[in-house]
Design a protein around this ligand. Structure first.
Ligand code: CMC
Length: 370
């Protein structure tokens, strides 16, 4: 059922990219279960699937990985733009500015080469700025490493542990694409004006930054840190709800059951950090939160969303909290660019209408005012 406020239930596009079934908790990327892809496929493979419609054949994989790796180094001016930004600026603002500075190779129509370029660039942008924030020398990308291993390598300067790479890869794959979410819709609206890919992505990053969309995982972590021990969960959550606060990592516009991405990521964290007392805290807080949300908003069907367990994966692989939303952006750039290519291929200007509910002037007296 459509609801004008927030466009709930409004169909804004036809897409071959993903199916999000909020009642059944299903997520499909171009004919494949997203959970299965996250378990078994590389970042590069699933990017290829979303952009081209098929997984790369085994004999294509190495050349495809090399093609993506070749686009990791940024033009010199982008580093200079980042260096000119004030210290303390949040990472999403840095990524938005750097992506904008990167510009599009061509204005219209957007190309697969553009999609590769931006996707390969985002991890370099994050790692470069993170190193600068910490007063370290940035670590240059290593073209011989796959996409996800290279991201962790650039962040730390060390060769990453294989189980960390696998866990982060599962996260980056399962969050790549998700139907007509706010940032993807934004990217399609900008593209529909025949603007370029850098403009569409800068706008999408702006939408992603907000706490109701991509900004939630840091809020999840703040909540768990404040709760501290399982015994404090009930009283902490009751007071937060009584103050009218939203629990980060719960509720979803589309999912009226547990978000399948949350289930997948919970499995990832169980494998990686099942013995960690922090994992047990997250599990117990989740149970209490779902029970109290049902008590607080009966019948609203508020369950765990992807951001709750995303925060746990990111923590377990050592991503610092200020980089959580930017790391989500590194993944979703694939979905955005796939939607931009799809929008451009069947373009029509997106231009909805509004209903005027303000006062009317006095009755017109001349034909021009009528
Ligand atoms: N905690 C407490 N109450 C909630 C929550 C929550 N997390 N989520 C929804 N509600 C309540 C809300 O107050 C409203 O109550 P009422 O109708 O009495 O005013 C009711 O449930 C329905 O909420 P809504 O605002 O109509 O739902 P929405 O579809 O507009 O919002 C949401 C979806 C994700 C913005 C919301 O659930 C929320 O704010 N969650 C917390 C932030 C969060 O975790 N965001 C990440 C979303 S998943 C990542 C992504 O796909 O982008």
């Amino acid at each position: 059922m459509a609801n004008t406020r927030g466009l709930e239930g409004v169909v804004a596009a036809e897409t071959e990219l993903s199916l999000v079934d909020g009642e059944r908790g299903h997520l499909v990327f171009r004919g494949h279960w997203a959970r299965e892809l996250a378990r078994s496929r590389s970042f590069e493979d699933v990017a290829h699937l979303l952009w081209t419609g098929r997984l790369p054949a085994p004999e294509e994989a190495a050349a495809w990985q090399a093609q993506m790796a070749a686009a990791r180094t940024l033009p010199e001016h982008v580093y200079r733009v980042m260096d000119a930004l004030p210290a303390g600026l949040d990472m999403m603002s840095v990524v938005r500015t750097a992506v904008s500075a990167l510009g599009a190779a061509q204005d219209w129509p957007p190309s697969l080469a553009d999609a590769i370029r931006f996707t390969a660039a985002v991890p370099t942008i994050i790692a470069y700025r993170h190193a600068r924030n910490e007063g370290r020398s940035p670590v240059a990308p290593r073209p011989d490493l796959p996409h996800v291993a290279n991201y962790l390598y650039m962040l730390t300067g060390r060769h990453p542990a294989p189980d960390h790479v696998r866990a982060l890869e599962a996260y980056l794959v399962i969050t790549m694409e998700h139907g007509m979410n706010a940032s993807t819709f934004t990217a399609r609206v900008v593209t529909s004006t025949q603007s370029d890919m850098a403009s569409a992505l800068s706008a999408a990053i702006g939408a992603m930054k907000g706490p109701l969309h991509g900004g939630a995982p840091a809020g999840v972590m703040d909540m768990l840190e404040q709760i501290g021990t399982p015994e404090r969960a009930e009283s902490w959550i009751r007071s937060a709800l009584a103050r009218g606060e939203r629990l980060m990592g719960f509720g979803h516009r589309v999912y009226k059951t547990t978000d399948p991405r949350a289930l997948a990521l919970r499995d990832v964290v169980t494998e990686l950090a099942g013995e960690d007392p922090w994992f047990s805290l997250a599990t117990q807080v989740e149970d209490v939160a779902i029970r109290l949300l049902e008590e607080h908003k009966p019948g609203r069907r508020l369950y765990t969303n992807v951001e709750y367990w995303a925060a746990a994966v990111l923590r377990a692989v050592g991503i610092p909290k200020p980089l959580y939303t930017a790391t989500f952006t590194a993944s979703r750039t694939v979905g955005w660019t796939a939607h931009i290519l799809e929008q451009a291929a069947h373009n029509r200007l997106i231009r909805p209408q509004s209903v005027y509910v303000g006062p009317m002037p006095a009755a017109p007296t001349t034909p021009e005012e009528a």
